[in-house]
Design a protein around this ligand. Structure first.
Ligand code: NAD
Length: 592
């Protein structure tokens, strides 16, 4: 007979605990909510009040259910009050000593058949369990932040947890409308083990001033469709908690990529712990607020004046593939006369036909009219002769991702284009400087990395080399704005912002799969429902193509020489076998 959980305890009412109380109480379960002192108890009650208040004002629950929910919660600073609970979930700060001491105390208070669960994100559940007299009843129940919203729960089963204990906790999680996955006791479990390498990497980009905090966050939101950027997420998680998670993962796995970036520790020491203290990577309206307010790092308003910028009236696009076609459409749509140059008349016609098809779809969806589409098409001219680019103010190339091909093109552009023209490459993995140095005007060469499909994706990474003129960068940024894109700016390093943050995480997911710690479905579920990502990593790899992903990962490994960036052997093997993902019908999954 499985256990009935009608009364549960929650210890610690901070970022996570208050949310966990809400989850139980919303589902008709009585909750004993314990804090360390009266002040903390009031703070915890405040978290719960404002969260349920928000749910009422957004129409998610009625005032009556909010009142009933709050009436189910007993607030106390006395652990003895947990005596009648069938389950106690601990959510005190991420410290092994504190958790062990808390469990030892609770163990002596509750009934012998009660279950004890820790919400730890990374600490060894086994060590916490053995601090009690009955480690068989100790389990991990790892909720995600914010607990009332995110659907995922990791149930951590140690080598001593009794089968009925984790089965009952799993059944309870299902009753709470969550998607539980049972995993073994390994630092970071599934979601954090994959998430924190990425977060740490983003922090190091910020620390080294590779890109601004706003640009790093915007890149991941707009380039990958993530619900929030990594630095904003660190602030939500809490930098102290994040530090402990990274530190524990590093000590267990000795993966250098998990060694906490030094600035995290410095910020924690300075009390800049994120939203909960009102300041972290961003500044908030007050402690606990989610509203970002301007501070010294907030970029000045984009200057609408064009003073000092290079004038761009006409645009040339070289190439005839998906990206070239999309980019030509973006500029023509924004009113620029665009000269498309491709290797044959057939290809030139192909670009026009591609833009026309896309415009027909836009007309069907009511996004444009036939008249506007005709106007756009009239602005597109094609040529097979690069000399047609002699007078354009900006050339964007999107030819094959092959350095020799690009260098030959840039040598030619240097000879053909008028002085002062901006020469841009949309390469996603080659060094922009290698395109710049074959010209006599490296100061005019810049990266403009569009995302596919260019008509739809808002993000452009504007990449400056060590030689790029500042005004060229500023002109590229302003142009992105004019064509309705969001420009982020970064240096000329492999992967720029998005790919450098995305692919090592995808590669880590492959390594986790091949270690048999979790199944492909569990990994994808964890990242989608636990972190709110639009796709799971293995799903995404199948969409991007395993060959393309492997090539990017190899480039990153070559450039950064980071052992942790070495492509996962399983990824290599799948590519060797020709299992490239959706395009071949088989990758991590079989596609019909
Ligand atoms: P937090 O600092 O926001 O809250 C911790 C709370 O515990 C505070 O309110 C504190 O007063 C209270 N507390 C401290 N000592 C106590 C004691 N002896 N008895 C009772 N209460 C005590 O931390 P948090 O972010 O909520 O993290 C709590 C746990 O949840 C950690 O193990 C963390 O790893 C885990 N977790 C955090 C997140 C996240 O995104 N923040 C997500 C999942 C799991």
């Amino acid at each position: 007979m499985s256990r009935e959980f009608t009364s549960v305890g929650v210890i610690g009412l901070g970022t996570m605990g208050a949310g966990i109380v809400e989850v139980f109480a919303r589902n008709g379960i009585d909750v004993v909510a314990v804090e360390i002192d009266d002040d903390a108890l009031e703070r915890g009650r405040g978290h719960l009040d404002s969260s349920t208040g928000r749910a009422v004002s957004r129409g998610k629950i009625s005032q009556a259910s909010a009142d009933a929910l709050l009436a189910r919660v007993t607030f106390t600073t006395d652990l003895q009050q947990l005596a009648g609970c069938q389950l106690v979930v601990e959510a005190v700060p991420e410290s092994l000593e504190l958790k062990k001491a808390t469990f030892a105390k609770v163990d002596a208070v509750v009934r012998p058949d009660a279950v004890l669960a820790t919400n730890t994100s990374s600490l060894p559940v086994t060590e916490i369990a053995v601090a009690t007299a009955n480690p068989k009843r100790v389990v991990g129940m790892h909720f995600f932040n914010p607990a009332p919203v995110l659907q995922f729960v990791e149930v951590i089963k140690t080598v001593i947890t009794a089968d009925d204990v984790f089965e009952d906790v799993k059944a309870l999680a299902e009753k709470l409308d969550k998607k539980p996955v049972i995993v073994a006791d390994k630092a970071g479990f599934i979601a954090n083990a994959l998430l924190f390498g990425y977060l740490n990497h983003a922090v190091s980009m910020y620390e080294t001033k590779y890109a601004s905090r706003e640009d790093i966050d915007a890149a991941m939101r707009l380039g990958c469709g993530y619900p929030m950027g990594p630095l904003a997420l660190m602030d939500l998680i809490g930098l102290d908690t994040a530090y402990e998670i990274l530190d524990t993962m590093y000590k267990q796995g000795r993966d250098r990529l998990h060694a906490p970036t030094p600035v995290i520790k410095q910020m924690v020491s300075a009390g800049l712990k994120g939203r909960k203290t009102g300041r972290g990577f961003y500044t908030y309206a007050g402690p606990g607020s989610s509203q970002v307010v301007p501070d010294a790092q907030t970029p000045a308003h984009v200057d609408a004046s064009t003073e000092g910028l290079r004038e761009v009236r006409t645009v040339g696009v070289v190439g005839s593939g998906t990206m070239a076609t999309g980019i030509a459409e973006v500029f023509a749509q924004a009113g620029f006369p665009v000269t498309c140059v491709a290797r044959s008349q057939e290809r030139v016609d192909g670009v026009r036909a591609g833009v026309e098809r896309s415009q027909v779809t836009a007309i069907e969806r009511g996004r444009t009219t036939r008249e506007d589409a005709d106007g756009l098409m009239a602005r597109l001219t094609g040529s097979t002769d690069r000399a047609a680019l002699a007078d354009v103010d900006l050339v964007i190339e999107a030819v094959a991702e092959d350095l020799a091909v690009k260098q030959e093109l840039f040598t030619d552009l240097d000879a053909i284009c008028k002085p002062g023209a901006i020469l841009a490459t949309t390469t996603s993995s080659l060094p922009v400087i290698d395109c710049a140095t074959v010209t006599a005007r490296p100061q005019d060469v810049v990266g403009m990395h569009f995302f596919n499909p260019a008509q739809v994706m808002q993000l452009v990474e504007v990449v400056h080399t060590v030689s790029t003129d500042e005004q060229v960068v500023a002109t590229a940024q302003a142009l992105c704005d004019r064509v309705g894109k969001y420009a982020v700016t970064c240096g000329d390093r492999s992967g720029f912002i998005v790919n450098a943050l995305l692919f090592p995480y995808l590669n880590d997911a492959v390594k986790m799969l091949s270690s048999n710690y979790a199944t492909a479905d569990d990994i994808d579920t964890a990242m989608k429902t636990g972190c709110g990502l639009p796709m799971g990593p293995l799903e995404l790899l199948d969409v991007v193509g395993l060959d393309v992903s492997l090539a990017i990962q190899r480039e990153l490994y070559l450039e950064f020489r980071e052992p942790g960036f070495a492509p996962a052997p399983l990824l290599e093997h799948l590519v060797t076998a020709g299992y490239l993902g959706r395009k071949t019908g088989r990758g991590f999954r079989t596609h019909t």
